[in-house]
Design a protein around this ligand. Structure first.
Ligand code: DAT
Length: 177
């Protein structure tokens, strides 16, 4: 299945503010895998369309973004960081990590980021109702979906170690260098 790939493709997902970028960046530095910040890719490649007044965010041109991602994803060795799990093709990922954060901690992080009103409330609800975890479980085989808590720096360190151990095992299993 994974023959010829540079490394595993990993999806790091979860509600905004749970620590996806921080973990993905640190993982990329430690492992040499390439971090794809999907939100940033969308901006850079003009994949954002009209502005949604209610949610105060732009609407994503998903087809354009998926087309752009196809080649890098087929190479392997990518850490994809995005606050959604359902619109990527299932075949792209070897493993999916859903980061979770306690509501009060997440609330403070999002406030510090400048979120307020409906946008803040909706994101907190998204975490309370574990929307992204359910989305991930619906979109991928359950045995490749892992929930990781990301409340504290110590938990982030633990998550890093766990993922690095998994990557090392993937390389052994797939005889990649
Ligand atoms: P995301 O990419 O999911 O939106 P982020 O990586 O930008 O989130 O992190 C949001 C903020 O929370 C940022 O200031 C870093 C901090 N943070 C992330 N993970 C953390 C952790 N495990 N412990 C403490 N702070 C964390």
């Amino acid at each position: 299945m994974s023959a010829g790939k540079k490394g595993p493709n990993i999806l790091v997902t979860g509600t905004p503010g749970v620590g996806k970028s921080k973990l993905s960046q640190a993982l990329a530095e430690k492992t040499g895998l390439e971090w794809l910040d999907v939100s940033l890719m969308a901006v850079k490649n003009k994949c954002l369309e009209e502005f949604d007044q209610l949610y105060k965010c732009e609407i994503l041109d998903e087809d354009k973004l998926l087309d752009l991602m196809e080649k890098p994803m087929s190479e392997g060795g990518k850490i994809v960081d995005y606050h959604g799990a359902e619109f990527f093709p299932e075949r792209w990922f070897d493993i999916v990590f859903v980061l979770r954060t306690d509501n009060t901690i997440l609330y403070d992080r999002l406030k510090a980021r400048g979120y307020s009103g409906k946008k803040l409330e909706d994101n907190i609800d998204c975490e309370i109702f574990q929307t992204i975890l359910d989305e991930a479980k619906d979109s991928y085989k359950e045995d490749i979906v892992h929930e990781l808590y990301s409340n504290t720096p110590a938990q982030m360190e633990e998550n890093m170690n766990r993922i690095c151990t998994w990557i090392d095992q993937w390389k052994i299993d797939n005889q990649a260098s």
